[in-house]
Design a protein. Structure first.
Length: 176
C-alpha cells in the first residue's frame, strides 16, 4: 500500500497547506522575512511538489506500482496542491477570482463525473489534454507566485485548456 508513488503523493498533501500558509503570510512584516523571499520559498516548495506529481506517476507506471490507494490520493494531492496555490494567490489579489472559480468548478465537476463513472463500473482515465491542463496550471501558478511577466495570460490559457479538457472528459463519459 505505502509504496514510493503513494509516499510522494502524501508528501504533496503535506506540503500543500504549507504553501498556502506561506502565500497567505507573504506580506506579514511580523515574520521579519521580505515578501520576495516568501515568494521564492513558496515557489521552490511548489516546484518540488509538482515534481513529485511527475515522479509518482512515472514510478507507478514504470515499476508497476499502481494501487487503489494511489488512484485515490494522487488526484486528491494534485487538487490540494493547486487549490492551496490558487486560493493563496487569489487572496493576494494576484490571481483572478473568475479564473479560479472556472478552474475549480471544472475540477469539482470532473471529479464528480469520475466518481459516477466508477459507480457504474466505468473508468475515465487521464488523457493527454488532462495532463496538458495540469502542466499549464502548474506553470501558471509558478509564474503567479514569482510575479513574473505574462502570469495572468498563462492563467487564462490554463482556464481555456481546463474548460476544454472538461468538455473532453464529459464527451468520453457520454460515449461510455
Amino acid at each position: 500500500m505505502m509504496n514510493t508513488p503513494n509516499t510522494l503523493a502524501f508528501i504533496r498533501i503535506l506540503v500543500s497547506p504549507v504553501i498556502f500558509w506561506i502565500l497567505l503570510n507573504r506580506d506579514n512584516a511580523a515574520l521579519g522575512i521580505h515578501p520576495s523571499w516568501m515568494d521564492f520559498f513558496a515557489g521552490f516548495l511548489f516546484v518540488l511538489a509538482g515534481l513529485t506529481d511527475f515522479f509518482d506517476g512515472f514510478i507507478a507506471r514504470t515499476w508497476d506500482e499502481r494501487t487503489k490507494l494511489g488512484s485515490i490520493i494522487d488526484p486528491l494531492a494534485d487538487k490540494m496542491l493547486t487549490l492551496a496555490a490558487f486560493l493563496g494567490l487569489m487572496s493576494q489579489g494576484v490571481a483572478s477570482p473568475w479564473a479560479i472559480f472556472l478552474i475549480l468548478t471544472r475540477e469539482f465537476f470532473i471529479t464528480g463525473l469520475r466518481v459516477v463513472a466508477v459507480s457504474e463500473g466505468k473508468e475515465i482515465s487521464a488523457s493527454f489534454i488532462g495532463k496538458l491542463k495540469t502542466t499549464v496550471q502548474l506553470i501558471a501558478i509558478g509564474f503567479l507566485i514569482m510575479h513574473w511577466p505574462f502570469a495572468s495570460l498563462l492563467l487564462w490559457a490554463a482556464v481555456a485548456i481546463t474548460i476544454y479538457s472538461g468538455y473532453e472528459y464529459t464527451k468520453e463519459y457520454i460515449k461510455l
